[in-house]
Design a protein around this ligand. Structure first.
Ligand SMILES: N[C@@H](CCC(=O)N[C@@H](CS)C(=O)NCC(=O)O)C(=O)O
Length: 273
């Protein structure tokens, strides 16, 4: 794993949920490509597990593998229809994970201190020095391999409001943040936590059910990103959040015109919010 990685945090939280005893091996960004292949993994991606000689890579493979390894506290429901819903939300969550990573690399290009605040957590001094010296190169390498560009980051920020709305809806429907957490919770919540560390984005998340999910599932996620994104990149998500909070959206207008009380409108539009 890389300390600071959103997908590695998902995998760790699932291991902990299952009560599996594990030892972390922290790989070095850049050099990790060789380390992973030399250790017998098929690709250089993390998170990666080695259990009794068996190698498993990627959050979605890990969630399924952990349910086979430890059937208690299942990450996927038994009921096939319900299972499909969790699988779909988990797959959607992996896209959200990619978006969060792009936002991170887009942000650390603009805020020099942010990279160390996330990536140096849990690292010893020599590695912190390496990360400080190698920051620009590591960010360029990662930006290349994860297709991070200003256009992609801008699109991710523009879509953030809609994505948070989707998470809120799933929580309201009981698909996420139920009595027992599932694979989709562990896929999605660390990314909301990651975005909460960004001064530009925390106000868009605060007070939402998604925020409570992040605090419940992944409360400790070190790092800080100051305000770095252009206002126009954030405007669509801000106006979406404002209109749904202030009751200015299309649905609200229809409900208001139909004479529905403001308090009732708020519960219909943002139940639990
Ligand atoms: N979507 C995959 C992606 C994991 C991923 O891209 N991990 C990053 C770390 S956050 C990584 O392996 N980066 C190094 C690389 O791609 O070589 C998952 O859920 O497991």
């Amino acid at each position: 794993m890389f300390p600071g990685s959103n997908s590695c945090l998902s995998a760790r939280l699932m291991l902990e949920h299952k009560g599996v005893d594990y030892r972390t091996v922290k790989v070095t960004p850049g050099v990790h490509a060789f380390t992973m292949l030399a250790r017998g993994f098929e690709t250089m991606g993390v998170p990666a597990l080695k259990v009794d000689g068996r190698r498993v890579q990627g959050t979605r493979a890990i969630s399924r593998f952990l349910d086979q390894l430890v059937p208690a506290r299942p990450l996927f429901p038994d009921d096939p229809g319900r299972r499909k819903q969790v699988e779909d939300a988990e797959r959607w969550g992996e896209e959200f994970q990619n978006a969060t990573r792009r936002v991170f690399y887009g942000g650390v290009k603009r805020d020099r201190k942010a990279f160390a605040s996330v990536m140096s957590a849990e690292r010893a001094l020599p590695m912190r020095v390496f990360l400080r010296v190698g920051r620009r190169l590591i960010v360029r390498l990662a930006s290349g391999s994860h297709r991070v560009s200003d256009d992609a980051v801008r699109e991710d920020l523009e879509l953030l409001g809609e994505r948070l709305d989707q998470i809120d809806r799933w929580i309201e429907q009981g698909l996420l943040s139920g009595a027992e957490l599932n694979a989709a919770d562990f896929q999605i919540a660390p990314n909301v936590s990651a975005l909460l560390r960004c001064d530009d984005l925390a106000p868009l998340i605060a007070g939402r059910p998604a925020c409570a999910l992040a605090r419940r599932v992944a409360p400790d996620y070190a790092g800080h990103l100051s305000r770095v994104f252009p206002d126009e990149w954030l405007a669509p998500s801000r106006s979406g959040a404002d209109s749904s909070r202030a009751g200015g959206g299309a649905l609200e207008s229809v409900l208001r015109a139909a004479g529905v009380e403001e308090a009732r409108i708020a519960t219909i539009v943002r139940p639990g919010g």
